[in-house]
Design a protein around this ligand. Structure first.
Ligand code: G3P
Ligand code: CA
Length: 269
């Protein structure tokens, strides 16, 4: 079984805090990432979008509408404009059971701010979203990683950074710019997922693993990936029963909005 994390002594299922502990706090805000870290997630997962003036920000959607009180495309707004938005109140309205006063008025963080806040001892699992909309986002990502000392040989060896994308073009670009940064190819299946030896060998030329939606895979799929010496990190797994099934099939990590739940499952195992 391949184990990516350079410091993992034995097979370890990585607990990836998806958009932070996003079941409990507004996704892609500092409190959400903090909670993911406190719940012992191995990685903080960050989706990236880019502002009109070229800043990388942590946001899932290409539009501001769902997770802020703004509207329209991220690419049409400067960072200064986006900084004025409230990225927390929507969560309080949508999830009153987890609402907190302190979430009101939270800012959209830049990637730079996230690294400043959490430092380079933490581990980051970063997705280039919509790279075709944001020319230059890969270069900017590498610049910010370097600025925070996250692309040194030691940091990369110890698995401090993983870059993921649905876009093969974006991953190939990253690989070209810096072949030492480990990459994960995200995959989406609408029908039961099958992956061929050929596809896996192609992916292996630039990536260390794949990330499929978990609903459409089975034991055979997982074993097929493992046979090629690749990691497999399905997304987004929130129920204990699904976590247990995937662990049984041999996955090497998973994305979850409930890192506390996955931790429990892993401890009880
Ligand atoms: O990055 C893994 C998973 O997060 C992909 O889906 O839409 O949640 O970014 P999404
Ligand atoms: Ca993601």
């Amino acid at each position: 079984t391949p184990v990516f994390a350079g410091d993992a002594k034995e097979h370890q299922v990585l607990n990836i805090a998806h958009r932070g502990a996003s079941a409990y706090a507004p996704e892609h805000t500092i409190p959400s990432y903090k909670m993911g870290d406190r719940m012992k997630g191995d990685y903080i997962e960050i989706d990236l979008q880019m502002t009109k003036d070229g800043h990388l920000i942590a946001m899932h959607d290409e539009t501001l509408d769902r997770t802020t009180d703004g509207t329209g495309q991220v690419k049409d707004y400067t960072l200064a404009q986006i900084k004025k938005l409230d990225a927390g109140s929507w969560f309080n309205q949508k999830y009153p059971q987890y609402a907190k006063k302190k979430y009101e008025g939270l800012e959209v963080p830049t990637l730079d701010e996230v690294f400043k806040h959490f430092g380079n001892d933490k581990k980051y699992y970063i997705e280039t979203k919509a790279p075709e909309v944001y020319p230059g986002m890969e270069e900017e990502l590498l610049r910010i990683l370097k600025k925070h000392g996250l692309t040194t040989k030691m940091k990369l060896k110890n698995g401090h950074v993983l870059i993921q994308s649905f876009s093969q073009a974006s991953l190939l670009k990253m690989h070209h710019l810096n072949p030492d940064v480990p990459l994960v190819q995200l995959l989406w299946y609408e029908t039961p997922g099958k992956i061929t030896d050929e596809e896996l060998e192609t992916i292996k030329q630039y990536a260390i693993g794949v990330g499929p939606n978990f609903q459409k895979i089975d034991r055979e799929y997982v074993q097929q990936v493992l046979k090629h010496g690749l990691e497999i990190h399905p997304y987004t797994v929130n129920q204990k029963a699904d976590m247990k099934t995937l662990i049984d099939w041999g996955v090497t990590g998973m994305f979850t909005n409930h890192p506390d739940r996955l931790r429990k499952v892993l401890i009880e195992k």
